[in-house]
Design a protein around this ligand. Structure first.
Ligand code: GLV
Length: 322
């Protein structure tokens, strides 16, 4: 019988899918497994279903003597040493597409929340500070007809561009790959990163975390942004140099930030916690009910395919497929 280790709680519908196919599983329902436990448990399984918060490094992969597939319940897979997996002949899969729209929705949520001071307003009302309508109460930045700079023009970046059209925004994008075919459809203009940073009222990041994108947005890049501009990050924390961001916000080089991800997640830079011009969410970009269920089902489908000798639909290291 095939055995799968699930590092954190998964939805019952996804577990039922495993059961239907006669695959046995062990699911950790407690806090994240300490490395030692993970190493011990992975030793006896054919498949691993994990979250982006699990570090699946070479040591873990090597401990999985019978391991054939690692299915990440996420589109990003920077938490997995894919090169080591490929060397060991282990398939790695992710959950693309199903979370594109939900993540683009949250991006706009953060843009609106930080610019229009929605969270500050909520706090003010709860604290009894709303004494009546005032002409200049909580004046914020406007979003409509402003310039949005999208860094990373893949599926999620494009979905953000579609939403921006509805707000009458001017859309700039930067991506290592220019997409002329999309420029007219989405009304987006390709520019180099420096130009995007200096022209945008909102800069939104939609890139994977790789050695090339780590600290892509650092002191120099933040310095190029307008003092009235906002930075939005729903991608991966380490793409931004968080200490440099804190400095830029403190010195007024930047008007504010909307952050769903953090450099040392789940820790957040203590100074960010004190800033009222920053909106913070706990990595919930894809956390729509239907989306998260689809992600879990997709991870299970990938594992089932791999264990049945079929090519998993979302294989990220095709070099291991014969
Ligand atoms: C979430 O961050 C994901 O990569 O799916």
């Amino acid at each position: 019988m095939r055995r799968v280790l699930i590092t954190r709680k998964l939805f019952p519908e996804a577990l039922a899918l495993l059961e239907d196919q006669g695959v046995a599983y062990e699911m950790n329902e407690g806090p994240p497994l300490p490395k030692r436990e993970l190493l011990r448990k992975v030793a006896g399984v054919d498949g691993l279903i994990c979250l982006l918060s699990d570090r699946i490094d070479r040591e873990v992969l090597e401990a999985g003597k019978a391991l054939r597939v690692v299915a990440n319940v996420a589109v990003g897979y920077d938490n997995i040493d894919v090169q080591a997996a490929s060397e060991l002949g282990i398939m790695v899969t992710n959950t693309p597409e199903v979370l594109t729209e939900a993540t683009a929705d949250l991006t706009f949520g953060l843009i609106l929340a930080v610019a229009r001071r929605i969270v500050e307003g909520d706090r003010l009302v709860r604290e009894g500070g709303f004494k009546g309508w005032e002409l200049d109460l909580l004046l914020g930045a406007e979003v409509h007809h402003k310039t949005l700079g999208i860094v990373g023009f893949g599926r999620i970046g494009q979905a953000v561009a579609r939403r921006a059209r509805g707000f009458g925004m001017e859309v700039l994008y930067y991506d290592p790959i220019r997409r002329p075919e999309l420029e007219r459809e989405l009304g987006a203009q390709f520019v180099q990163l420096k130009e995007l940073l200096s022209r945008s009222d909102f800069v939104s990041l939609h890139l994977p975390l790789t050695p090339q994108t780590r600290h892509l947005i650092g002191r120099e890049e933040l310095g190029l942004m307008k003092p009235s501009a906002f930075l939005i990050n729903v991608a991966r924390g380490p793409i931004v140099d968080e200490a440099a961001l804190v400095e830029a916000l403190k010195s007024g080089e930047l008007a504010g930030a909307g952050l769903d991800v953090f450099e040392h997640e789940p820790d957040v830079h203590p100074e960010l916690l004190r800033m009222s011009n920053v909106v913070l969410t706990p990595h919930i970009g894809s956390a729509g009910r239907e989306t998260r269920l689809r992600m879990a089902l997709m991870a299970v489908e990938n594992v089932l395919a791999a264990l049945a000798g079929r090519r998993p639909p979302n294989l990220v290291n095709p070099e291991v497929w014969p």
